[in-house]
Design a binder for this molecule. Structure first.
Ligand code: NDP
Length: 497
């Protein structure tokens, strides 16, 4: 199939407005939040900042729909049919969805079309296929009794999504929750609300009962917090910073002892041993691992830890990969590089680089923003050498295209450096020695280990989630579906005496 013409005029894209509650757009006269285009800072439009009463209205609608529509009680395969139809509609609207995603987020249209949209459809399809595969367990009990564990939906799940991959994040949160028979109220980031609203429209077109998927717009500190503490939200699923994840966990504990799934920050290593099959391939993995989406990915591989004997040629090979990276309008299909989402994040990146330099780090490639893109926040891919475990850029998540470089003498030192005191989201291990890869895999405390590659594949069966302060629970995989259900233990005596 040939790629359709993706280039478009961003001012011609119609933007959804308001909240999406009970199967329709819901307008309010609440305070309006300005939404800006990240690639040039231009004002795009406004969305409302949902008040407590709007959040309450959305959750009440969701609960009512959940109780009356039969979504949670119908055969899982019936839910699967609706979800599959939803995925088909997403595929059918791939071009317009990619363009909508591109307008307000950091995703270049070619990337949005080639990966974000199909991955979104595929995640929903995956959970549709899984809907009737996990039903509970039979327990080994005495022969005159029957024990089993029955899985059932929670009711209404609150989802809070970040701005870095709005379409995908919506599918990761909503796919398992809906397949398990829950209703959902999702709050996208107020910076990137539009594609989530469009997905909710398509869900209705696919036959999802009105009120089963609702979108409330607003700020995290107000709308997000109101959603978390609402008494009828039975579980919260969140992706974002470790700091906000902790606030959500604490609010969930205080307001109903609710379970949470938290996918949080990372500071993932790319550990390169002395012998790799193809140094250029490794360099490509490393370059892509920290520059994809401008480094704004929780799993970004931002710490290069290279054996001293190959460090120099490897760094040169990484630089060659970085050289052609250039900014451009996100609505041109030739643009591949992402801008930083906003000025606050752009300043944060610069300040962490400056703090690191003050602590002795040296910029050996890149640094600063691309010329001529002052309003567009396109940060140059940047390499920082002369760093230690205490350098701010090594310790803290930057969420920008910045790679720190450390070297090691032997396997033991390399594996030790790969560990991080706070985070444990992902790690890349590059070596042609399978035993060495397995030893590193066993010892690095991270939720995902990639060997001789860096980044997810389209295998939705592989869950994603972190250790330590990188999070609790998993998105994707059967684990995400399991976590969208609560488990009831049943024991039946055949002949009560
Ligand atoms: P946050 O974690 O603050 O925001 C993520 C989402 O949570 C947004 O929808 C946000 O709304 C919402 N939120 C914020 N505060 C609350 C709250 N008290 N209760 C409920 N929801 C809330 O990330 P930021 O956008 O502020 O980015 C800061 C840093 O977080 C980045 O530099 C990066 O390090 C990390 N991050 C990690 C991500 C990941 O994929 N793991 C994704 C995004 C960021 P609002 O947008 O209105 O604040």
């Amino acid at each position: 199939m040939s790629t359709p013409l993706l280039d478009f005029d961003p001012s011609a894209v119609a933007l959804p407005k308001g909240h999406f509650i009970g199967g329709a757009y819901y307008a309010t006269d609440e305070e309006q939040i300005a939404v800006h285009r990240p690639s040039d800072g231009r004002l795009l439009g406004y969305i409302p900042d949902a008040s407590d009463s709007t959040v309450d209205f959305a959750v009440s609608n969701a609960l009512h729909a959940w109780k009356t529509s039969g979504w949670g009680t119908r055969a899982p395969r019936e839910r699967a049919r609706v979800l599959t139809r939803w995925a088909e509609l997403i595929d059918q609207h791939a071009v317009s969805l990619a363009q909508l995603e591109t307008v307000s987020s950091t995703r270049p249209v070619a990337e949005a079309y080639a990966s974000d949209v199909p991955f979104t459809a595929e995640a929903i399809r995956f959970f549709a296929e899984l809907a009737d595969k996990l039903g509970g367990d039979l327990a080994a009990t005495r022969r005159d009794s029957l024990g089993f564990v029955s899985s059932e939906p929670y009711g209404v799940i609150g989802a809070i999504a970040p701005w870095n991959f709005p379409l995908s994040m919506c599918s990761w949160k909503c796919g398992p929750a809906l397949a398990a028979g829950n209703a959902v109220v999702i709050k996208p980031s107020e910076m990137t609300p539009f594609s989530t609203l469009r997905l909710a429209e398509l869900a209705i077109e696919a036959g999802m009962p009105p009120g089963i998927l609702n979108v409330v717009n607003g700020r995290g500190a107000t709308t997000g917090a109101a959603l978390t503490r609402h008494p009828d939200i039975a579980k919260v699923s969140f992706t974002g910073s470790t700091h906000t994840g902790a606030a959500i966990m604490s609010a969930a504990a205080m307001h109903g002892t609710k379970p949470v799934t938290l996918e949080l920050g990372g500071k993932s290593p790319q550990l390169v041993f002395e012998r790799v099959a193809d140094l250029e391939h490794t360099a490509r993995c490393i370059a892509r691992g920290f520059t994809a989406n401008g480094g704004q990915a929780c799993v970004a591989g931002t710490r290069l830890i290279a054996h001293k004997n190959i460090a120099e040629p490897l760094i040169e090979a990484v630089k060659r990969q970085l050289m052609p990276i250039a900014p451009g309008p996100l609505w041109c299909s030739t643009t591949a590089y992402a801008p930083i989402i906003n000025r606050t994040q752009a300043r944060r990146i610069e300040s962490l680089i400056n703090d690191s330099r003050a602590a002795g780090a040296e910029v050996i490639f890149g640094g600063g923003f691309f010329e001529g893109t002052d309003d567009g926040y396109f940060h140059r891919p940047t390499l920082l050498a002369n760093v230690t475990a205490d350098t701010p850029a090594v310790r803290q998540e930057i969420f920008g295209p910045v790679l720190t470089v450390q070297t090691f003498d032997d396997e033991e030192e390399g594996i030790t450096l790969a560990g991080h005191p706070t985070y444990g989201l992902a790690a890349g291990v590059h070596t042609s020695d399978i035993g060495q890869a397995m030893r590193a895999m066993r010892r690095i405390a991270a939720g995902t280990i990639w060997v001789n590659r860096y980044g997810r594949s389209g295998d939705m069966i592989i869950p994603t989630g972190g250790f330590k302060q990188s999070g609790i629970g998993k998105d994707l995989g059967r684990q995400a579906l399991e976590a969208s259900m609560r488990h009831k233990s049943v024991l039946i005596d055949f002949d009560p005496a």
